[in-house]
Design a protein around this ligand. Structure first.
Ligand SMILES: Cc1ncc(COP(=O)(O)O)c(C=O)c1O
Length: 408
């Protein structure tokens, strides 16, 4: 006997009526499903280091569990972890800025939660928030969930799709309340040079905009060290720096991120978090504490991972230089290639999504279409995978691009 499907009782609330699923997570889920069916998928869709968390961090977590790190902690995170975060921040910050104090830090369940908390506490109805685009897909949703307006500001082709102070000034209105920055950038892998970054921070300071600087990829920079806003900003009065352990320490699953914000903002964020998730997982906080406290062990581990990412990046650049190939944003940091596939495929969501669909179905390589990042002509490929997968995946991309554009 079959029963007719009953009509859905669910009507999404106004809070999420416009919400779109994370395109990067959806792409990764589709690749995983195809893999589970036995298809030989090369997964270059995810933004996740393919390395194990360094052993000393895993050992510290086991030891913490054995010592009873199984209960709630302070909502804003354990003090020793916030002290270590402050130590790292103070080591790089400009001497002109006031020292970061532990009570200006709130630890949350990943950089994602930290960013959401910051947007939700700073922005609201009627506020415009400038988002230099291409940008990580979640910024648009986080700003919208805060009932503010995400204003996409397209980056400059001559500047690796990064923005600059003049462009932001032209995009701003009287309703502009904030600016999201992300260097090195997901999805483009571009990195701001210190001069341009400083000009943007100075403009924001003059205009009284809140800056949320997402520095999750700061350690992954190959041509020159990526600057932190803490090194360049004229003031910390309206500066919120967001960071975490996921990418540099290969700790994505531990879910630890944090905000460094003026005291009143940190208090508001802690208050919001006290009603949503409370403290980030206790054992993960102890793991992050070990990561940040043991520079002697962490720095060589990070250097080794960065060296691997650079080998892959350089191998990709060599492949792209070997015959006709699509144009890419120069990948100075993070672990992505942002590839212009305009003219190589067409579809309702732009060339990038159409190209990604063909690449997955016919060539078994998972990537993400650029429309998720506000750049529909592009395709994002992750280089956080073994070298042979990265190079084979890129070879197939180049071959499909050549076939699609007729460039032999
Ligand atoms: C730009 C950017 N910010 C934040 C995050 C989220 O990091 P976490 O895993 O710490 O939540 C990501 C993850 O992909 C990212 O690419």
């Amino acid at each position: 006997m079959t029963t007719a499907a009953s009509p859905s009782l669910f009507a999404p609330s106004g809070n999420i009526a416009q919400l779109k699923e994370s395109a990067t997570i959806a792409a990764s889920a589709r690749a995983k499903a195809l893999k589970a069916q036995g298809k030989p998928i090369i997964d270059l869709g995810v933004g996740e280091p393919d390395f194990d968390t360094p052993a000393f961090i895993r050992d510290a977590a086991k030891e913490a569990l054995d010592k009873g790190a199984t209960r709630y902690t302070a909502n804003e995170g354990i003090l020793p972890l916030r002290e270590q975060i402050a130590r790292h921040a103070n080591a790089r910050k400009s001497p002109d800025l006031a020292d970061v104090m532990p009570n200006e830090i709130v630890v949350g369940a990943g950089t994602k939660q930290a960013l959401f908390n910051a947007c939700f506490c700073l922005f609201g109805a009627g506020d415009d928030v400038l988002i230099p685009t291409p940008a990580w897909t979640s910024y648009f949703e986080m700003v919208s969930l805060s009932r503010a307006n995400p204003i996409s500001v397209m980056g400059l082709p001559a500047n690796n799709l990064l923005t600059d102070a003049d462009t932001l000034m032209r995009a701003a209105t009287r309703a502009t309340k904030g600016l999201m920055l992300n260097s090195p950038c997901n999805p483009t892998a571009a990195v701001y040079d210190a001069g341009r970054f400083r000009e943007i921070l100075e403009l924001a300071h003059e205009r009284g905009w809140w800056v949320i600087s997402d520095e999750i990829y700061r350690r992954l920079s190959y041509d020159f060290p990526a600057a932190s806003a803490l090194e360049l900003a004229p003031s910390r009065d309206r500066l919120v720096v967001v960071d975490g352990v996921a990418k540099s320490y290969a700790m994505t699953g531990w879910r630890i991120g944090w905000v460094i914000a003026p005291r009143e903002v940190a208090k508001a964020i802690a208050s919001l978090q006290s009603h949503t998730t409370s403290n980030a997982a206790t054992v993960s906080q102890h793991a992050a504490l070990a990561a940040l406290a043991r520079d002697d062990l962490a720095e060589p581990a990070i250097d080794a991972m960065v060296a691997q990412f650079k080998v892959r990046r350089d191998a990709c650049l060599a492949l792209l230089a070997d015959g006709p190939a699509p144009e890419v944003v120069h990948p100075a940091g993070a672990f992505y290639l942002f590839i212009n596939v305009k003219g190589a495929a067409t579809g309702p969501n732009g060339a990038g999504s159409a190209f990604a669909a063909r690449l997955l179905d016919e060539h078994h390589v998972a990537c993400v279409g650029g429309d998720a990042f506000g750049a529909p002509d592009y395709l994002r490929m992750s280089t956080a995978a073994p070298l042979k997968d990265v190079t084979e995946g890129l070879r197939r991309i180049i071959a499909l691009w050549r076939a699609g554009t007729g460039r032999a």
